[in-house]
Design a protein around this ligand. Sequence first.
Ligand code: T5A
Length: 206
Amino acid sequence: MVGRFIVADGIEGAGKTTQLAFMHEYLEQAGYSVVVTREPGGTTLGEEIRALLLGHRHDGMALTTETLLMFAARAEHLERVIRPALGRGDWVLCDRFTDATYAYQGGGRGLALEQIADLETWVQGHLRPDLTLLFDLSVEVGLARAGKRSAADRFEQEDQAFFERVRATYWERALQNPNRYRIVNANQPIEAVRREVESILAAITL
Ligand code: T5A
């Protein structure tokens, strides 16, 4: 059996983590072996890097450092979790992946997208997600949801204009790669989003 690599991405509070749990349930019920993981993180080292990236001990970290740490965590994740799982024929459901680097470090912070593309090729080779679900909703609603859940991390303290650029970059990428992306209307009740996501999964598990 051939595994599939599926990513959930989007701005803060879009409901990715909530929907990934439903996707996991749906795919397991359909008989697939599924690995659920996240970025930055997904390995012991990656989770330590995540703490450096999201915590406030290194506020003002250089953009190059931030980007390289994202890719360092990703290299470890690919080597230890993602490639082995796909090799076994498992499905991998990942909460964020390289599109988040394009959107946050590229669109949000202004790093040249070509530099991210170079790192992507170096770290990933030819590996790209088979499908990316872009959970889209307004920045106001997303930040309000994320704010209710926990204290702001190093990214969540950015202003509205930053997240508008992040959202716009996700849209640009989705429109450039329509075969790989599905845009999900995340500004609906949880059960309605779930139905939309499950109809997408139904189409690829036929
Ligand atoms: N980052 C990451 C980069 O800058 N570059 C990169 O390369 C990568 C990989 C990660 C941060 O790192 C940055 C981006 C991020 O800022 P994180 O904690 O993983 O940090 O951030 P998020 O993925 O944004 O986590 P959130 O929890 O904020 O968002 P989710 O997972 O989209 O949302 P979820 O499911 O946790 O839901 C949030 C709240 O909303 C409710 C939930 O119950 C929960 O309380 N909710 C809804 N409420 C109403 N209607 C719905 N449809 C709802 N869906 C969920």
